[in-house]
Design a protein around this ligand. Structure first.
Ligand code: BGC
Length: 462
């Protein structure tokens, strides 16, 4: 018996040692780092980003507008304090003024999304006014020498599409592809950079596992099916746009959020186990799909999916990387939510439940380099209403990115999230990511002090 226990103990220790070295949690000594020394090549570009539902206002015909009015089973409103996106930043009407603000900080690229529900409010019927609206934004950007970067899908669906089952059904993908073809044919002579789908893993995990985003389901199996369908949608959109006029001259890529899952207790095998599962679902599915067209997951009683596409491999011109932070997971005895997110006293928190962890951006870059595609940092930013950590966040994350570039990473540009405070999904307006602070009563925008760090880097790093 004693021998048996001894063998178990040795095996346990060997596995822990293996994990420990295989998945190190990187930490740099910031006291010894000279951030002032960073330089970027002339071809490196700087930008800032937004998404339609978060800034435009009056997005009344999409899944989020329905969600904002709804309550959960216990009668609690879906959005914090029952907030609604409403007029948001009124970017729909104020885009010219906002383009001036983009120009003022010295960036050369603006990433924004098209609101599908405004362009195709009814299945198959396109709204000319909305098509013209985005066309005017594109012209205004180009006039100011700012390169437009369009996101085709950023979390929102028209209501009619959701009523058909949205991305739960593989056969619905064609509707999204048709919408993409229409807008691409309108804008691609002027817009050369296209993001297909923003964060498919966030859309599926938040909507179908955590139930924090619409449709608020808690069905892990459906979550991975939806993720698979979004990845297929990316591939189908990529292939069909490439075959349209201008397709070959445009860069079309997917945008993925990377989050590392590190064990709360590095000696605890169960913490390691939940981290490996979370990583495999959240990061692994998309990375494996892009690498070899395969999705193979089999966690008995939880999720199972085996899929092989022959079209997926390499079907992206760039990898759009969104990075915010990592998570420390602790195993929990609960059949559904078998882990919890934990923090250490030493963590420097942002206003979101994210720690400031610039080393994670470096780790994420190393991970996605394996896809072998040019990388664009399509989002990175901090919610910091007091504006007392934004400057530090900006300089350290940009330092981490620069370090990866010095070591050979092919990163072409960086977008700060976000241009201005906006509707932060389930958190409403409480989370303030903006370079510009927005007073939502007067719609006045004011550049934050901490944002000057970004302005200085953008204007002085070449
Ligand atoms: C999303 C943004 C969001 C940001 C901050 C990303 O996951 O693409 O829409 O505002 O994170 O939470």
């Amino acid at each position: 018996m004693l021998e048996f226990l001894l063998v178990i103990a040795i095996v346990y220790i060997v596995i822990i040692i293996y994990f420990h070295y295989q998945y190190p949690e990187l930490h740099w000594d910031w006291e010894k780092i000279n951030i002032q020394k960073i330089k970027f090549s002339n071809s490196f570009f700087w930008g800032t980003a937004t998404a339609s539902h978060q800034v435009e206002g009056n997005c009344n015909n999409n899944n989020w507008s329905v969600w904002e009015k709804s309550k959960d089973e216990e009668g609690i409103p879906r959005i914090k304090n029952n907030q609604k996106s409403g007029l948001a930043c009124d970017h729909w009407n104020r885009y010219k003024e906002d383009i001036e603000l983009i120009k003022k900080i010295g960036v050369t690229h603006y990433r924004f999304s098209l609101e599908w529900s405004k362009i195709e409010p009814i299945k198959g019927q396109y709204n000319q006014e909305s098509i013209d609206h985005y066309s005017n934004i594109i012209d205004s950007l180009i006039e100011k020498n700012i390169t437009p970067v369009i996101t085709l899908h950023h979390f929102t669906n028209p209501i009619w599409f959701d009523e058909m089952g949205g991305f739960e059904k593989e056969q619905n993908i064609d509707y999204f592809v048709s919408f993409c073809e229409i807008v691409f044919s309108k804008y691609s002579s002027r817009v050369k950079n296209w993001c297909t789908i923003n964060e498919p893993e966030v859309y599926s995990v938040m909507g179908y596992f955590a139930a924090i985003f619409p449709p608020g389901k808690k069905q892990p199996q459906l979550a991975v099916e939806v993720l698979k369908n979004l990845l297929i949608a990316h591939t189908n959109v990529y292939n069909s746009l490439k075959n349209l006029p201008n397709g070959e001259n445009c860069k079309i890529g997917i945008v993925k959020n990377i989050m590392q899952f590190d064990p709360y207790r590095r000696w605890n095998l169960l913490d390691w186990l939940v981290c490996r599962i979370a990583d495999k679902i959240y990061n692994g599915i998309t990375l494996s799909y892009l690498r070899n067209g395969r999705i193979n997951i089999n966690y008995p009683f939880f999720v199972k999916i085996n899929y092989k596409s022959d079209k997926a491999q390499l079907a992206t011109d760039f990898f759009g990387l969104n990075y915010y932070s990592h998570s420390h997971l602790k195993f929990k005895f609960d059949l559904y939510e078998f882990f919890e997110n934990k923090f250490f006293d030493s963590d420097t928190m942002t206003d979101m439940p994210y720690v400031i962890y610039p080393e994670g951006l470096y780790r994420a870059i190393k991970e996605v380099e394996k896809i072998n595609k040019p990388i664009i940092i399509t989002e990175n930013g901090i919610a910091d209403s007091k504006d007392d950590r934004r400057g530090l966040f900006i300089e350290r994350y940009i330092y981490a990115m620069n370090r990866a570039i010095q070591e050979g990473a092919n990163i072409q540009g960086y977008f700060y999230w976000s241009l201005m405070d906006n509707f932060e999904w389930a958190e409403g307006y409480d989370m303030q990511f903006g370079l510009y602070e927005v007073d939502f009563k007067t719609q006045k925008r004011t550049l934050r002090n901490g944002s000057n760090k970004f302005v200085d880097i953008v204007n002085g790093s070449k």
